[in-house]
Design a binder for this molecule. Structure first.
Ligand code: FPP
Length: 246
């Protein structure tokens, strides 16, 4: 789908993506898995560009899950190397395009080189006002909920907060996604119909979109297609159709 065909009136503010299928793409091409991840970086580039073009304000990409640490060390190392290279190569480009970068996840568990480069890129792009690109790294939905509960338990104990204050809004403040609107659209590539521990709290009312396409084959035109599909949906938030239409 072409940029011009996208209805610009109802662009989701926040789109989240589970980028799946790199390994299978590589296998299909008779290559080592890491080449799938490498090609995946091309897909990231195209999708970030496309998101900016149609005015998506927040784009969150699941780049590395808590569970991904269980992959063979070679693959984890290669992914980390790829991440560093992508950050180094793309920061100026992101900056030129007014994109600001942010990361969520257990960043302290990432290799120091990733942490340093990431921090540099985040600082460099901090003042930008265009697309907010959020990388989920060493991230999982349950992990962030556990972390939030620990912090809240501490603050309850120290009487910094009171039990009577506990509500959805307060819990949201303890999550690393604080300040981001909930995603309106979650896309998963690679033909699997799962949420895989991604943004569990935040996707309560999110529209889900699944595609068979493997991530390395995904391009901005496919994102436009997903946005177009999103625009045909009626979001009721628990209400009836009649209530929504008035
Ligand atoms: C899932 O495919 C993909 C990942 C675990 C890594 C995603 C990383 C990138 C696209 C590259 C770096 C990202 C940025 C933001 C520059 P899979 O390996 O699970 O595929 P499979 O299900 O076919 O095995």
């Amino acid at each position: 789908m072409h940029f011009k065909e996208v209805n610009k009136d109802r662009i989701p503010q926040h789109v989240a993506i589970i980028m799946d299928g790199n390994g299978r793409w590589a296998e299909q091409h008779g290559l080592d898995r890491i080449f799938g991840h490498k090609e995946g970086v091309e897909a990231v580039r195209s999708v970030v560009e496309g998101a900016g073009e149609i005015g998506i304000q927040y784009l969150t990409l699941y780049a590395f899950s808590t569970e991904n640490w269980n992959r063979p060390k070679d693959e984890v190392d290669a992914l980390m190397g790829l991440l560093v290279r992508a950050i180094v190569a793309e920061t100026e480009n992101l900056h030129k395009n007014n994109v600001s970068l942010r990361a969520i996840g257990d960043l302290a568990s990432m290799p120091v080189e990733v942490q340093q480069n990431l921090e540099g890129a985040i600082t460099r792009t901090a003042e930008n006002t265009g697309l907010r690109l959020v990388l989920a790294l060493s991230y999982s939905g349950r992990w962030e909920i556990v972390e939030a509960v620990k912090k809240m338990a501490n603050e309850l104990k120290n009487a910094k907060i009171d039990k009577s204050e506990l509500n959805e809004e307060l819990i949201g403040k303890y999550l690393p996604t604080f300040g981001l609107p909930d995603p309106e659209l979650l896309i998963r590539t690679g033909g699997e119909y799962r949420v895989s521990n991604f943004l569990l709290w935040q996707i309560a009312y999110t529209e889900l979109y699944f595609t068979q396409k493997l991530w390395p084959d995904y391009r901005k035109e496919d994102l436009f297609e997903a946005v177009n599909d999103f625009q045909t949906r009626e979001r009721r938030f628990g209400k009836t159709s009649e209530q929504i239409r008035i």
